[in-house]
Ligand binder design. Structure first.
Ligand SMILES: O=P(O)(O)OC[C@H]1O[C@H](O[C@H]2O[C@H](CO)[C@@H](O)[C@H](O)[C@H]2O)[C@H](O)[C@@H](O)[C@@H]1O
Length: 275
């Protein structure tokens, strides 16, 4: 396993890592799910966390001030696919922070009416746009996700659909959330940055440091939140779980690691003091 001091880390990131090591009991660490803790697969229902993820998160939750998963998935799905149900102290903020799972309890709001309207219109919209074979819709109750990963040319398919899905989002009062070969229609107002900031602000004490790890465009809002906290004097670390599908996070991150296994290696190094 690569030691942290063998990796390129920005000076601000190194400060954040030092602060986590010095005072882990007041550190807040949060993670995206797909692409960060779970390797990307063609069928979203087949995604599962990296086999070491639950064990490492359990150790982390026992040592850190607070640990959360902040995901676009429904919280219960991330708990199930991650194997996270037994992790004491873990909080899962699902659907970009609209849902909260904690100690086996799920809090979820009523779906926005625009989602039902979009659900009814989406099949016709996709047909009218000539969605290529392989395009499919994932219905998350609070949001609808158009996937193109299974198309012969996923990027071409995504670009063909982008405009018409954006128009549907506008007509139904929803936000368009683009991601790795996905266009998601979801309620506006909440994002991973808002969710992370609220999670940090719940603490009784100011955190010693904040870390967020992600891989996709929706995670940039959480990177913004880490940077805003840094500007307020809270040391922070942004970690990119790298892929060749999204490069924007690697350009912004303090530390870049090689996919979900690299994220777990990094956390194990932090926990084992070899960081
Ligand atoms: O916030 P996340 O935990 O990263 O969730 C974002 C979206 O992830 C899922 O899609 C991605 O993973 C799939 C399974 O590996 C993959 O097939 C797809 O191409 C990826 O974009 C999920 O299906 C979405 O609902 C989430 O919004």
């Amino acid at each position: 396993m690569k030691r942290l001091d063998e990796r390129p880390v920005t000076p601000a990131g190194a400060e954040g890592i030092d602060a986590i090591r010095r005072t882990p009991g007041r550190a807040v660490l949060a993670f995206d799910f797909d692409g960060t803790l779970a390797p990307i697969v063609a069928d979203p229902a087949e995604a599962r966390a990296e086999p070491r993820a639950a064990g490492t998160l359990a150790r982390l939750a026992a040592r850190a001030g607070a640990v959360a998963i902040i995901t676009g998935r429904p919280a219960a799905v991330a708990v199930e696919y991650g194997g996270f149900a037994g992790i004491d102290g873990l909080v899962v903020l699902g659907q970009y922070g609209m849902e909260r799972w904690e100690s086996g309890e799920l809090r979820t709001p009523e779906p926005l009416p625009g989602v039902a309207e979009a659900r009814a219109k989406l099949p016709g919209v996709l047909e009218a746009a000539g969605a290529p074979p392989g395009t499919f819709v994932e219905d998350k109750q609070h949001a609808l996700v158009v996937h193109t990963r299974r198309c012969a040319e996923p990027e071409v398919a995504l670009e063909r659909l982008r405009g018409i899905i954006a128009a549907l989002a506008e007509r139904t009062g929803l936000a368009l959330e683009p991601g790795r070969f996905v266009l998601e229609l979801r309620p506006p107002g909440m994002d991973k940055g808002v969710a992370l900031r609220a999670f940090v602000d719940e603490r009784d004490e100011r955190p010693s440091a904040v870390l967020f790890a992600g891989d996709d465009l929706g995670d940039l809002a959480a990177f913004d939140a880490v940077e805003a906290l840094r500007a307020e004097g809270v040391p922070g670390v942004t970690v990119c779980s790298a892929s060749n599908e999204v490069t924007k996070l690697a350009e912004r991150a303090d530390v870049v690691v090689d996919g979900p296994s690299g994220v777990i290696d990094l956390l194990d190094a932090l926990l084992d003091g070899s960081a």
